[in-house]
Design a protein around this ligand. Structure first.
Ligand code: GDP
Ligand code: ZN
Length: 461
C-alpha cells in the first residue's frame, strides 16, 4: 500500500534534553536529504539502512543552518510502520524542535494525525489491532505491571490466543461442511452435533478464562479510582500525602491528552490508584452532610475503592455512621488513624459496623500501619496472585465487550445443540463467534472504528 509521507514530534513536548522528529513514508529519506548537511557532502539516500548520521539541518531556500542533529535512516519494511522512516534527534527546546518540524513540512511532508504512525503499522500489516491498542496502553501505563501487560499484548500474546480460537472454530466449521457434503455415516446430524458441542465447550472455557483476567486487567490499565473519605481532621490529607510520597507512579505527564479532571496516580504494590481530584470528591469531609446519604452514594458509586478514615482518639459519631451507610456494598478499607494518641474509639463497634471490610490501624504521624494498608489494598484486588507475570490479561474495554459477545454466541450454539436445532442454525452462531473474535485483532472491523480508535492516540505515536 502507498500513503503520503507524514511527520510529527514523537517525544513529549516541553522539557527534555533531546527531542525526536519522525518522518515516515516513501519520501521520508528524500525529504531528509534536502535539509541535511553532513560532513564531506554525505548523502542520506545512499546510506545503508539502520544507520545514524551526524550533521546539521539547513533551510534549502535560505541556506540558513538551523540545528545540529543526529539522523537515523531506516528503510522499510523493517521499520515500525514498514515504510521508510527517518528519525531526527535534535535539541529539546520547543522552539528548535518546532523549527525542524516546520522545515520538514515545508519539503512536502504532512503533519501526522494522533496515532497515525501506529495506524500505518496496522494498515501495512506490521501489527494487528490489539497490538496497536497495546501501544496506546504502553504510553499510558502507570505502573511497571501495567506496562508488562501492555508489552505482552504488543508482542501479540492476546492476538495469538485469539488466533488459535478462531482457527479452532474455522476448522470445526470446515469439518462440518465436509460431514454434510460427504456423509460417511448415517447419523451425520448426531456426529455433527457432538463435534460442535465438544468445540463449543472448549471455546467457551477459553473465553471464560480470558474474561476472568479482565477485572484485574482493567484495574492495571485504568487504575483504581480511589476516594478518601472521613470527618474533618481524621487524617485524610495525611493519608493522601503518605500514599503519594511513598509510591510514585511511573508517568503522569502525557502530551496531547489534557483532561478535565486532574488525576494523580500512585503505585501501590503494582496496583495503580487513581486518586480522583474533582472538586469535593477527594476531600469529602462533609459530603454526606452536604448532599445527603442518597446523593453522596451516587457520587461515591463511581469509585472502585473507598478509604474510610476514622479517628482512634475520638468517639464514633453519627457522621461516621453516615459515611459507613453511604459506602455500603462497596469495596471499602477502614483506617483507624492516630493510634499514637490515647484510644477513645469503641473498636468492637468499629468491627461490627465494618462487617466484611478490612480494618487497618495507623498512626500516619509516626508512619505506622501504612504497609498493612498497602497490603490490604493489594489483597483486595489481586488476592496476592498478581505475580503471575506471564499471564495474558484482557484489559481493554473494547476487547472485554467483544469477548462477552463471542461467549454469548458460543453459549447460544450450545443451547441450540442441546435443543437439537438443525446444524445450519448452529453454524450461524459459530460463525458469529468467529467474527466477533476477529474484531479484537482487527481482522473484521469497520474503517470508522479504526479511525476512532487511532484518534485516541497521542500526537507522534
Ligand atoms: P483531614 O482533615 O482529614 O485531611 O486531616 P489532616 O490529614 O489534615 O490531619 C489533621 C491533623 O491531624 C493534622 O494536624 C495532622 O498532623 C494530624 N494527624 C494526622 N494523622 C495523625 C496521627 O496518626 N496521629 C496524630 N497524633 N496526629 C495526626
Ligand atoms: Zn484535609
Amino acid at each position: 500500500m502507498e500513503y503520503d509521507t507524514i511527520t510529527a514530534i514523537s517525544t513529549p513536548m516541553g522539557e527534555g534534553a533531546i527531542a525526536i522528529v519522525r518522518i515516515s513514508g516513501d519520501e521520508a529519506i528524500t525529504i531528509a536529504e534536502k535539509i541535511y548537511r553532513g560532513p564531506k557532502a554525505k548523502s542520506l539516500i545512499k546510506a545503508d539502512s539502520h544507520t545514524i548520521h551526524y550533521g546539521h539541518l539547513a533551510d534549502p531556500k535560505t541556506g540558513e543552518t538551523i540545528e545540529e542533529v543526529m539522523v537515523s535512516i531506516m528503510k522499510g519494511p523493517k521499520t515500525f510502520t514498514r515504510e521508510d522512516v527517518v528519525e531526527i534527534n535534535c535539541h529539546g527546546g520547543m522552539v528548535s524542535v518546532n523549527r525542524v518540524l516546520q522545515l520538514i513540512l515545508a519539503q512536502g511532508a504532512r503533519l501526522a494525525e494522533p496515532g497515525e504512525f501506529t495506524k500505518r503499522a496496522f494498515l501495512n500489516g506490521r501489527i494487528d489491532l490489539s497490538q496497536a491498542e497495546a501501544v496506546m496502553d504502553l504510553i499510558r501505563a502507570k505502573t511497571d505491571r501495567a506496562m508488562n501487560v501492555a508489552l505482552g499484548q504488543m508482542e501479540g500474546r492476546l492476538s495469538k490466543l485469539i488466533g488459535t480460537l478462531r482457527q479452532e472454530i474455522l476448522e470445526t466449521l470446515a469439518q462440518v461442511e465436509v460431514n454434510i457434503d460427504y456423509p460417511e455415516y448415517d447419523d451425520v446430524e448426531e456426529m455433527t452435533h457432538r463435534l460442535f458441542m465438544e468445540k463449543a465447550r472448549y471455546v467457551q472455557q477459553e473465553i471464560e478464562k480470558l474474561l476472568q483476567t479482565s477485572q484485574q486487567g482493567k484495574i492495571l490499565r485504568e487504575g483504581l479510582s480511589t476516594v478518601i473519605i472521613g470527618r474533618p481532621n481524621v487524617g485524610k490529607s495525611s493519608l493522601l500525602n503518605s500514599l503519594v510520597h511513598e509510591n510514585k507512579a511511573i508517568v503522569t505527564d502525557i502530551p496531547g491528552t489534557t483532561r478535565d479532571v486532574i488525576e494523580e496516580y500512585v503505585n501501590v504494590r503494582g496496583v495503580p490508584l487513581r486518586l480522583v481530584d474533582t472538586a469535593g470528591i477527594r476531600e469529602t469531609e462533609d459530603i454526606v452532610e452536604r448532599i445527603g446519604v442518597e446523593r453522596s452514594r451516587a457520587v461515591l458509586k463511581e469509585a472502585d475503592l473507598i478509604l474510610l478514615v476514622l479517628n482512634y482518639s475520638d468517639d464514633l459519631t453519627p457522621e461516621d455512621e453516615n459515611l459507613y451507610q453511604a459506602v455500603m456494598g462497596m469495596d471499602v478499607i477502614v483506617i483507624v488513624n492516630k493510634t499514637d494518641l490515647p484510644g477513645k474509639i469503641d473498636i468492637e463497634r468499629v468491627k461490627r459496623l465494618s462487617e466484611s471490610h478490612r480494618v487497618v490501624t495507623t498512626s500516619l504521624l509516626e508512619d505506622q500501619g501504612v504497609d498493612e494498608l498497602e497490603e490490604a489494598i493489594a489483597d483486595l484486588f489481586f488476592q496476592g496472585n498478581l505475580e503471575a507475570g506471564d499471564m495474558t490479561y484482557v484489559s481493554n474495554s473494547r476487547h472485554i465487550a467483544l469477548l462477552g459477545q463471542a461467549l454469548q454466541a458460543v453459549e447460544d450454539a450450545i443451547t441450540a445443540i442441546e435443543a437439537g436445532t438443525p446444524v445450519d442454525l448452529v453454524q450461524i452462531d459459530f460463525t458469529r463467534a468467529w467474527e466477533l473474535l476477529g474484531e479484537i485483532t482487527g481482522d473484521s472491523v469497520h474503517e470508522s472504528l479504526i479511525d476512532q480508535l487511532f484518534s485516541q492516540f497521542c500526537l507522534g505515536k
